[in-house]
Design a binder for this molecule. Structure first.
Ligand SMILES: Nc1nc2c(ncn2[C@@H]2O[C@H](COP(=O)(O)OP(=O)(O)OP(=O)(O)O)[C@@H](O)[C@H]2O)c(=O)[nH]1
Ligand SMILES: [Mg+2]
Length: 298
């Protein structure tokens, strides 16, 4: 059998389960997920290798109408990431909404084979409901395939993979077979911390936070990884919320992040977290760039 290869874009509105899907497809946590919309802010590569094929999945930020400079930049990340893929997965969830029509038209102009992935079917009650949802999307136009799945429960992922492989071409692997993601250590740390902020805070606080890793040091004596990170928020009131009563909230964020990072790096992590206010940073291009969300200018 010949070896196959493809770049696979994963795109759609915020919160439909794109990052949950890339993690399930790779079988490892690559991207952070949360119940809040606009969790992903970068394009993230996840690589799945088998003796027969290598699929490079590209997770993208949820596409939405943008208000902040930050959001405009992250939507640009998503659009740019889709330019070079061989096939794209348009991920939707339980209900077709008016914005989907616009998204469909935008994606069609990319001229890339598009598979419609209907996610979260574990939340639908019957096959009839799934069929009705499929029909409502088919009213938009044609797709190469329509695959209902549950990324969370890992249902029908083999169907999806088989369908993707129809669009892979004969080519050797591009990455070593143990390579699963293109994220650097500092990116992983900052994202893992941000995930805990997303899960423990509400409303504007999670969206206003950026995490900058200031230093990562191997502590040979203690056999720990010593990390110092800075959480940036937009207002003093948000800083107060993040610190919490007697520092409880920040402590909790640190504890949960440390727990995950211990596992990820397979060693004890010592985490020092600081909070700083940078007024209105999401609306200042310079800050958006400085806090790690840069995108090329074209
Ligand atoms: N019930 C159910 N929930 C799911 C499924 N897939 C994802 N979710 C949940 O949906 C929420 C959003 O998931 P994410 O993977 O962060 O969504 P996303 O599309 O990457 O969101 P953005 O990064 O904001 O664009 C999380 O709470 C997930 O646990 C699924 O198959 N079933
Ligand atoms: Mg995401």
């Amino acid at each position: 059998m010949t070896h196959k290869f493809a770049f696979v874009g994963i795109a759609g509105k915020p919160n439909v389960g794109k990052s949950t899907l890339i993690n399930a497809l790779i079988g490892e946590k690559i991207a952070i997920t949360s119940d809040k919309a606009q969790t992903t802010r970068h394009r993230i590569l996840g690589v799945k290798s088998t003796p027969d094929f290598q699929l490079v999945f590209v997770d993208t930020p949820g596409i939405h109408e943008s208000k902040h400079v930050l959001n405009q930049v992250i939507v640009k990340h998503a659009n740019q990431a889709l330019l070079d893929v061989d096939v794209m997965l348009w991920v939707v969830d339980r209900k077709k909404q008016p914005y989907d029509d616009k998204l469909y038209q935008t994606f069609k102009t990319l001229n890339i084979p598009m598979i419609l992935v209907i996610n979260k079917i574990d939340q639908l009650n019957s096959k009839a409901e799934i069929d009705a949802l499929i029909m409502s999307y088919l009213s938009l136009g044609e797709f190469e395939a329509v695959i209902p799945i549950s990324a969370l429960k890992e249902t029908y992922l083999q169907h999806l993979e088989a369908s993707i492989l129809d669009y892979a071409y004969e080519e050797g692997p591009m990455f070593p077979d143990n390579y699963t993601s293109d994220q650097q250590e500092h990116q992983i740390i900052s994202e893992w911390i941000r995930e805990k902020i997303l899960s423990l805070t509400q409303q504007e606080v999670p969206h206003s936070a950026a995490v900058i890793v200031e230093s990562i040091e191997e502590n040979k004596k203690q056999k720990t990884l010593d990390i110092r990170a800075l959480i940036i928020v937009e207002r003093e009131s948000q800083k107060k919320i993040l610190i919490g009563k007697q520092g409880e909230k920040l402590k909790q964020i640190g504890m949960l992040a440390r727990h995950d990072l211990n596992k990820k790096f397979d060693r004890k992590v010592h985490l020092e977290l600081w909070i700083k206010v940078k007024k209105d940073w999401r609306n200042k291009m310079q800050d958006v760039m400085r806090f790690g969300y840069g995108v090329s200018s074209d």
